[in-house]
Design a protein around this ligand. Structure first.
Ligand code: SF4
Length: 192
């Protein structure tokens, strides 16, 4: 427990890629030693940076619907950890935000993961998490999700819940009708 607290203190003080960030570093993550579910997302957006809370936006509302969990459960680090690929807001790009800073995950992920021995389920949100943690890093998100459906395991690739993916959702109705019920079931099992 002390080791995790020390680690959180160290992450919170991190300035490793300060020179590349548009705003002063403000790492945003939620981690707990007894978490059962780990969500690896992209990086906080500007709203998350300002509010100091991840997924406090329409993407978060949709993600909680997909998982079938309340806000209370979602923001409980004894149940769910939120460890994005980049902990600080990386800045805006022409379309959406810039990618997570590449320094962040190699610097912190393995150390944090070592402090979370109870993880039953790991959810990968979006292409940066897929690339880093899905066994076929070159698979498209569609391929990765369909691959998981054919061969379910404890790491699950998900579409990022951003409203930017509404067109993909319209084109792939199986995601809501077939995949999400399975996902909800796995989440409920992991939470006990
Ligand atoms: S993005 Fe990661 S590596 Fe960069 S300052 Fe924030 S915590 Fe440190």
């Amino acid at each position: 427990m002390v080791a995790m607290q020390d680690l959180i203190t160290a992450v919170t003080a991190c300035t490793a890629c300060k020179a590349h960030l548009p705003l002063p570093p403000k790492p945003i993550l939620q981690v707990g030693v007894s978490s059962r579910i780990l969500i690896i997302g992209q990086a906080p957006g500007l709203k998350a940076h300002q509010r100091g809370r991840p997924f406090d936006d329409p993407s978060g509302v949709r993600l909680r619907e997909w998982l079938g969990v309340s806000e209370q459960v979602f923001y409980d680090p004894s149940l769910i950890s939120l460890m994005p690929m980049g902990f600080c807001f990386p800045g805006s790009a022409e379309r959406g935000d810039k990618p997570p800073r590449p320094e962040c995950a190699p610097l912190w992920h393995a150390k944090l993961l070592a402090q979370m021995p109870e993880i039953q389920l790991t959810l990968l949100l979006g292409r940066h998490a897929h690339k880093a943690y899905w066994r076929q890093s070159n698979a498209s998100i569609t391929q990765a999700i369909q691959d998981w459906q054919a061969n379910p395991r404890s790491t699950i690739p998900l579409l990022h819940p951003s409203p930017r993916n509404n067109i993909w959702l319209k084109r792939n109705p199986w995601y809501q009708s077939e995949f999400l019920p399975l996902l909800k079931q796995r989440v409920a099992q992991a939470l006990g």
